[in-house]
Design a protein around this ligand. Structure first.
Ligand code: NAD
Ligand code: TYD
Length: 352
């Protein structure tokens, strides 16, 4: 039985990953370490309740004793680090926590993996540390070209700087000590359980309530969108078969300007809810994000060539599935937007 330490899997991508893995593999053990910050939510894991293959542990990836104890108890074969502060806008107002979790937390996991897997100068066989990273570490593209794994890292936001820094530590542990590692760098994800601070769920939530839709700047910034399940599939494949020390870019050649995404959501909701008040008049162009990266675009040729990965869900299908999910889970949205969300929203958008 393969034993995984997965971190941050009460969040958006991680909870989708738990379901993906439980459906795909019969004989696994997933130990899910999550601090349950504002972005982590046990409701996201309801579907795994009662499944003995999934064990949830509330805690911080920065906690050396806790992580060491988990290694001693479970003798993990694989660590997959999803845990992070993940929102660019929050990183602009409060960068320090991004260093604590994304950089220090990653280094703590690397150190614990090294301590557990390197015994008397010998690496235990069959082990792997996989870091879930982002295309944002490459910086911003102009109108032409794509990020490849050879593109130099050039992060701009505090978020992407912290993720790039973590990536450098992962490679440092590989190059210096020989820790077996992979890094995946994926483009923007969308799908179920995404917290409504990110573009797609925020716009769905606002439009449903006839609130204005805050589009940063001219709305022509481009993101390369991938359905979350396709990202989960890529991570599983890299964990299984990625070559030691390699980086794999993950993306589905699905670049869209933000304004197109917002208009698509409006058109879908207008039709599905037969609601005349949902229309483009809700769009409000607001002050641009500081340092806003203009365009991301992934070249996924390496993961396709080496591991046979390809995306299965087109944007047209994925966005409808996503909107369906949010329409069917109004309680989930109400729960995650009760608490501190309104305060966050008012603070973040008041001067825009
Ligand atoms: P998310 O914000 O939805 O979830 C993050 C999870 O990490 C939450 O459950 C939170 O409670 C947990 N967490 C935060 N700090 C922690 C700590 N110190 N210790 C333990 N747990 C902690 O994020 P997401 O969108 O699911 O992203 C997951 C990972 O994928 C991140 O590493 C992110 O950088 C990366 N990524 C995200 C995207 C995207 O589009 N969302 C794209 C590429 C890569
Ligand atoms: P986001 O979902 O925050 O992801 P990221 O910044 O990691 O790419 O934002 C996606 C794009 O949408 C980005 O170009 C910023 C833009 N955006 C808006 O225009 N308005 C918003 O309210 C938000 C949250 C994002």
């Amino acid at each position: 039985m393969k034993k995984y330490l997965i971190t941050g899997c009460a969040g958006f991508i991680g909870s989708n990953f738990v379901y993906y893995m439980l459906n795909k593999h019969e004989d696994i053990q997933l130990v899910n370490l999550d601090k349950l910050t504002y972005a982590g939510n046990l409701e996201n894991l309801k579907g795994a309740e009662g499944d003995a293959r999934h064990i949830f542990v509330q805690g911080d990836i920065c906690d050396r004793e806790l992580v060491q104890g988990l290694f001693a108890e479970y003798d993990f074969d694989c660590v997959i680090n999803f845990a992070a502060e993940s929102h660019v806008d929050r990183s602009i107002t409060n960068p320090e926590i991004f260093v604590a979790t994304n950089v220090m937390g990653t280094v703590n996991l690397l150190q614990c993996a090294k301590d557990a897997w390197l015994q008397n100068g010998q690496w235990a066989p069959g082990k792997k540390y996989l870091q879930v990273s982002t295309d944002e570490v490459y910086g911003s593209l102009g109108a032409e070209g794509y990020f490849t794994e050879a593109t130099p890292l050039c992060p701009h936001s505090p978020y992407s700087s912290s993720k790039a820094s973590a990536d450098f530590f992962v490679m440092a542990y590989h190059d210096t000590y020989g820790l077996p590692v992979n890094i995946t760098r994926c483009s923007n994800n969308y799908g179920p359980y995404q917290f409504p601070e990110k573009l797609i769920p925020l716009m769905i939530n606002n439009a449903k309530q006839h609130k204005s839709l805050p589009v940063y700047g001219d709305g022509m910034n481009v993101r390369d969108w991938l359905y979350v399940e396709d990202h989960c599939k890529a991570i599983d494949m890299v964990a299984e078969a990625g070559r030691d020390g390699e980086v794999y870019n993950v993306g589905g050649h699905n670049e869209r300007p933000n304004i197109f995404i917002v208009e698509t959501i409006l058109a879908q909701l207008h039709e599905r809810l037969a609601d005349e008040a949902i229309g483009e008049n809700l769009i409000r162009h607001v002050a641009d994000r500081l340092g806003h990266d203009r365009r991301y675009g992934i070249d996924p040729a390496k993961i396709r060539r080496e591991l046979g990965w390809y995306p299965e869900t087109s944007f047209e299908v994925g966005i409808v599935k996503t909107i369906d999910w949010y329409l069917a889970h109004e309680d989930w949205m109400e729960n995650v937007t009760s608490g501190n969300y309104q305060k966050y929203y008012d603070e973040m958008y008041k001067n825009k």
